[in-house]
Write a protein of this length. Sequence first.
Lengths: 437, 313
Amino acid sequence: MSGQSSPFAHALKDAALATLIVAGIGFPVVAYRADPDFNNALALTSRWPLFFIFCGLGFALRFGLSLWGARKKPSQAAPAAHTSAKRGWLPPLGLLAILAYPLVMLAVMGPQGALKWVDTYGVQILLYILLGWGLNITVGLAGLLDLGYVAFYAVGAYGYALLAPMTGLSFWALLPICGALAAFWGFCIGFPILRLRGDYLAIVTLAFAEIVRIVLVNWDVVTHGEAGLFGFPGVSFFGLPFIPGPRGFDAHFGFKFAGVHKLIFLYYLVLALAILANFVSIRLRRLPLGRAWEALREDEIACRALGLDTANIKLTAFALGAFFAGVAGCLFALRQGFVSPSSFTFTESATILAIVVLGGRGSQVGVAMAAVLIVGASELLRELTFLKAIFGQDFDPTQYRMLLVGMAMVAMMNFRPRGLVSSREPTIVLKEAEAPV
Amino acid sequence: MTAPRWIADPLLQVDRLTMRFGGLVAVNNVSFAAGRGDITALIGPNGAGKTTLFNCLTGFYKPTVGRIAFSRGGLDVERIEALTATSAKYSSAKNAQDMGEGIYLLERMADHEIAKKARVARTFQNIRLFPGMSALENLIVAQHVALARASGLSVFGLLGLPSWRRAERDAVALAEKWLARIGLRHRANDPAGALPYGDQRRLEIARAMCSGPALLCLDEPAAGLNANESAGLASLLRDIRDEGETSILLIEHDMSVVMAISDHLVVLDYGQKIADGAPAEVRENPAVIAAYLGVEDAEVDAVESDILAGDPR
């Protein structure tokens, strides 16, 4: 960039170029709309106003961004102040809030109104946090780009849905079994791709996830295809099922039957498992295995030169990440009471990966925050029914979910390219190292 | 006059090593030995095949032909031959009653096995640290083999057993010792990638040393260092040798460093060994002088006229 041209002129040039690109992309996509008419021939409808709105938006956005960037540039040269996170009281308070959340919702909304809040905003988000933490091991720590994570989630869910009626085991026994099944598949997929890295690895894992989904769709005898599996036993409270009637949980404790009780129990169950998973990940990170994962992400050749068996290290990262997904899948089956292949599409993998990338690869807190943001925000879109009054009855805010996630990703890449929590804390610190000797 | 150490007490013996990439012969029938407790320097003009040879030694390449025998306890021809006749990669210490140390045939082993079992560590021409991890963590990862055993497949570590804590404390102490030795103790918690170039070079050597190697292979450790840093490096390497645990094999272009510290020089040119001996002898060797400085015009003319005479066009 030449020093002579003013930032304004530069921004203008930049914005003009951006507009040209928008126009180039927009012309075939926006400017004309092709619909079959009554004779089933294509009729072109021009949408020039919309086209110009897009171009204008592109111009304004790019112009604003470049001006803002030019203004910000000098400050970037200054070293970023080292902010040590002071959060002594925050974690216990946060945990208390999370623990109290379903009970507060129950008290405020009543057993019917709390259903949605405990289920979609509670259990669902926690499940995504658990998934995010699992994928964080594979992608965040070990640096193995896994686009097929949902396959392990599916293994866990179908594992429970098939094994529960077949074996008659309770979900407590099946939870680790589902995890182990998924870990086994993680191992199996890990073997052939040990030599692959980066893009190639991503493509193979993507293909693996599709294979699993297609098997689930077509293996009618076992999986009932698209119709899915249901009617398997649900969650129970130490042997007491959550059902109406004298043998159920509510009758035993003298409560009035309410469906939300089951969800509250599930909420605490998922929460406990997520906390356990978090504890294990944090501890593992400080162990040789965890350090080896991070070293593998940083430089595989150097790892081998130091005697690290990179094959084993990759396999453990795959298997442990898959284990978490298997447990999450089992919990998913319990929550839904119904599993079908449509729950395990690529979009699901992409969402979980987005959570990890948005949160900051390797950061536990960041991943949890990103899960709340992405899943919570897309669920909140359903609540925005008042927008129909503005945009008309046809307006459906949920249709804009992926668009918003995409925009959030672009914004992240621009402003915080390493995720919400980008600072990496060393796994071990040498005390009194600060003073130069 | 006694035999030089690389003949009397070799630690590494390379026999007729050839590495071919398609039609290109990068290393051609090279044999040499490195003495236990020596600093052996591998020198030669650019493209002579030094790094390829290094990659064969450390298992990153599988040599096309040849044998690389290594033992911490000293090599003996009969045992090497006996092991070569079997399909084993190494004779474990248990089988080797006579010496108490196993023999490793490096050309049969995978790269990480060479580092882990034979304890041959290496550095790279273009530094390969773990840039996002702190200097201390780099040195801890180097002790992975010992630490992983102490952490009992992570189970003991997850439970926080005392045996694991002790192992980790020892590892930190060793890392701290090396950080102090290379003058980087005050930067222990900084990401390795943020250190200045010269510090990164030294940190990479410290990392290799933390893995407790019997042979340390250094690929151009003085590249990009200033005169002051080169002198510091030379004294560091000499100290490592004098401590007696680790022998050194290095590739280096900086002749002031090579001549100051090495006990033994092996010179390669166009993939072939052209000289092998003590620094003083090699320095006088006409083939080496020709490879480095070129030859007199008269000699070139002589060669050209020979060619023309043999092949009249």
